[in-house]
Design a protein around this ligand. Structure first.
Ligand code: HEM
Length: 322
């Protein structure tokens, strides 16, 4: 006669415990992680809007050929949208109200141009958040930077980020290394990601008001090169808060010269100069010495940024205009 073996009560309890722990761990990972990678996919529009990537690429190429800074404005918008309250396009409606040099408004106009073209091919299908994510990659490529895989399926937030929430979430250029690390770690981004992503400042410009605290009286703990400081004091008198300065020596090429400038204490923003603090400096050296390593790290970190708390599935909407 065949003997059926039953589990002893002790083995059953142990198995139950392992199962419970596995479930708890799974829940904790998904609850703590601000990213939801599994809900986005590269083939999301394969049937519903296959021409979307082609349309976006062609608009970005012609815009960047006319004005290379367009790339920088779009990259900045994508980063800030994702940081504010997740990649849900909620920063965009607020951009029109922004004070300053109007560059974010220019970036938004380009996103809306793509939106209009995409709506003609496939109405009410592609979200502004997805257009922004893809445009950021195309913008970086257009200036010689790396490519990365963009997944789609983000939906737009029907309400816009409040000004107060955006100010609170988007890192200020006056943050110290410790504060920058904390701000990025809260979103699941490592110190290496922080340094690589700061390399986004390899392109574009900043207004005097964003670093004027470093000039004249100076900021405690700032290692700014004295020659750069006295040059900036001349170009940035208190009467010219919106005047523009290049963020790195080659603002229309995406390259690793930004990291060499950081090493030479010649970065424009206090927050960029803070990358020489503590163990961040090792990553600055790595990327200054090796552009390929920078490109790989930047691309990987942009993939993470693009997955910050998107609205997917039945949440959110497809906005008619960005
Ligand atoms: C680490 C924290 C960061 C801080 C404190 C910061 C701060 C700033 C500031 C103050 C400006 C100048 C804005 C103006 O003049 O209106 C700026 C510009 C810019 N930022 Fe950042 N940023 C950070 C991270 C990033 C990241 C992660 C990216 C992209 C990956 C990025 C991309 C850009 C670009 C491309 C510009 C130039 C925009 C243009 O020329 O229109 N930034 N950033």
């Amino acid at each position: 006669m065949q003997r059926v073996k039953f589990l002893t009560p002790l083995t059953s309890a142990a198995l139950l415990l392992v199962l419970l722990l596995t479930l708890l761990r799974h829940y904790a990972i998904h609850k703590e992680s601000p990213t939801t990678p599994s809900e986005l996919s590269t083939s999301f529009y394969a049937n519903t809007c296959p021409d979307f990537p082609k349309i976006a690429r062609s608009v970005i190429r012609s815009e960047v050929a006319n004005d290379s800074r367009s790339s920088a404005s779009i990259l900045k918008l994508h980063f800030r949208d994702c940081f504010a309250q997740g990649c849900d396009g909620s920063l965009l409606p607020q951009v029109g109200k922004e004070q300053g040099d109007g560059r974010s408004t220019k970036g938004l106009k380009i996103i809306n141009n793509i939106k209009r073209a995409v709506e003609t091919s496939c109405p009410e299908t592609v979200s502004c958040a997805d257009i922004l994510a893809l445009s950021a990659r195309e913008s970086v490529i257009a200036l010689g930077g790396p490519s990365w895989t963009v997944e789609f399926g983000r939906r737009d937030n029907p309400s816009s980020t409040s000004v107060a929430a955006a100010v609170d979430a988007i890192p200020s250029p006056n943050l110290t290394a410790t504060q920058l690390i904390e701000s990025f770690q809260k979103r699941g981004l490592s110190k290496r990601d922080l340094v690589a992503l700061s390399g986004g400042h390899s392109i574009g410009q900043a207004q005097c008001s964003t670093f004027s605290a470093r000039l004249f009286n100076g900021t405690a703990g700032d290692s700014i090169d004295p020659a750069l400081k006295s040059r900036l004091e001349k170009t940035c008198p208190p009467t010219a808060p919106n005047r523009l300065n290049n963020l790195d020596p080659s603002p229309t090429t995406f390259d690793n010269l930004y990291f060499r400038a950081v090493q030479a204490n010649q970065s424009l923003l206090f927050s960029d100069q803070q990358l020489l603090q503590s163990d961040l400096a090792g990553f600055v050296k790595e990327f200054a010495d090796n552009q390929k390593a920078f490109f790989i790290a930047f691309a990987n970190a942009m993939i993470k940024i693009g997955k910050l708390s998107p609205l997917t599935g039945g949440h959110g909407e497809i906005r008619a205009s960005c």
